[in-house]
Design a protein around this ligand. Structure first.
Ligand SMILES: [Zn+2]
Length: 312
């Protein structure tokens, strides 16, 4: 695990890459942020999670980290112990963005498990059209165990496009939470797709007939292999993470459209704990605080700037 912290005070947000070692985009994006980011307010934690798996170019070394949360400090499995350390480091974070890629097809999308206010702020700021509500699925992923976490599927595993798109997402996330104040965040409603269940796969000659978020007609076959024929018997079912060869045991997930997630009522970032800077909107004019409420104070002024620390 590699951890770099920048800035001080609140809010504290995190960008996490390298949860899966065969998805190099997250690692590349976090490295890019480490190289080029200057924080305008609050704290950012930049975390590269599974360094041994990245070095080996494999999804994990002993067990899938994103199926190992909240972790087990006494386990013999590397990733089970690592999950505990990731939880400790990120505990109390105000918002977390976890970057993934897949062998599924575009478009990129976001995933949440719990619809908290910071999750809503993150999701509606990301340049994606769809967000998957994974609350009905397994509870061993990072977004299900670490509050205020949003995962993104940034694109195709190993592609430059995934690095570019994931970087764009990271910047949008940092603007939405007030860490970067170089330009105003922009928010838009997102289509929620509720994940219903996994679609099992056995082995031998897999075939897929529908793309992600494309409605599967009632009675049509979504996928088949030597053992399974998955016929969809109800209306409104769409595939999520659909892939013939992406996973050993599933073709992906079935989902269902479930309304929209709307932008936060207050688009200004929740905290204004600026490190000695005047934000652009305050320059030259009286700040239009119609309700007379003061901005949240910088009560955390005593928290020191942390130098770059290798937390591993
Ligand atoms: Zn992943």
């Amino acid at each position: 695990m590699r951890l770099i912290e920048r800035g001080s005070g609140s809010p504290r947000v995190a960008v996490v890459g390298g949860i899966h070692g065969d998805e190099p985009a997250g690692d590349a994006i976090v490295e890019r942020l480490i190289a080029e980011l200057s924080v305008d307010a609050g704290t950012i934690q930049l975390l590269i999670a599974n360094e041994p798996a990245l070095a080996a170019g494999t999804r994990y070394t002993e067990t899938d980290l994103n199926r190992a949360f909240p972790g087990d400090p006494d386990s013999d499995d590397y990733e089970a112990v690592l999950a505990t350390r990731v939880m400790q480091v990120l505990e109390g974070a105000d918002a977390v963005l976890a970057i993934h890629t897949s062998r599924s097809v575009p478009p990129p999308f976001a995933i949440f498990s719990e619809r908290t206010a910071p999750v809503r702020r993150t999701v509606t700021a990301l340049p994606v059209e769809y967000v998957v509500d994974a609350s009905g699925l397994r509870s061993t992923t990072m977004d299900s165990m670490l509050p205020h976490t949003v995962s993104i599927e940034a694109g195709k595993q190993g592609s430059d496009e995934a690095v570019e798109f994931g970087t764009e997402c990271a910047y949008a996330f940092l603007r939405a939470h007030g860490i970067l104040r170089d330009s105003e965040p922009t928010f838009a409603p997102k289509q929620i797709v509720r994940a219903i269940e996994e679609v099992p796969k056995s082995g031998g000659d897999p075939h897929l007939y529908y793309h992600n978020f494309e409605a599967i007609p009632e009675g049509a076959v979504f996928a088949e292999d030597d053992e399974y024929t998955h016929r969809v018997e109800s209306e409104g079912v769409v595939p999520i993470l659909a892939s013939e060869h992406g996973y050993d045991d599933i073709f992906g997930l079935y989902g269902e459209f479930d309304g929209t997630l709307d932008p936060p009522e207050t688009e200004t970032p929740p905290s204004d704990d600026v490190n000695g800077e005047t934000s652009a909107e305050q320059e030259g004019t009286t700040h239009p605080e119609a309700n007379g409420n003061p901005q949240p104070g910088s009560a955390e002024g005593g928290v020191g700037t942390s130098p770059e620390a290798d937390g591993s």
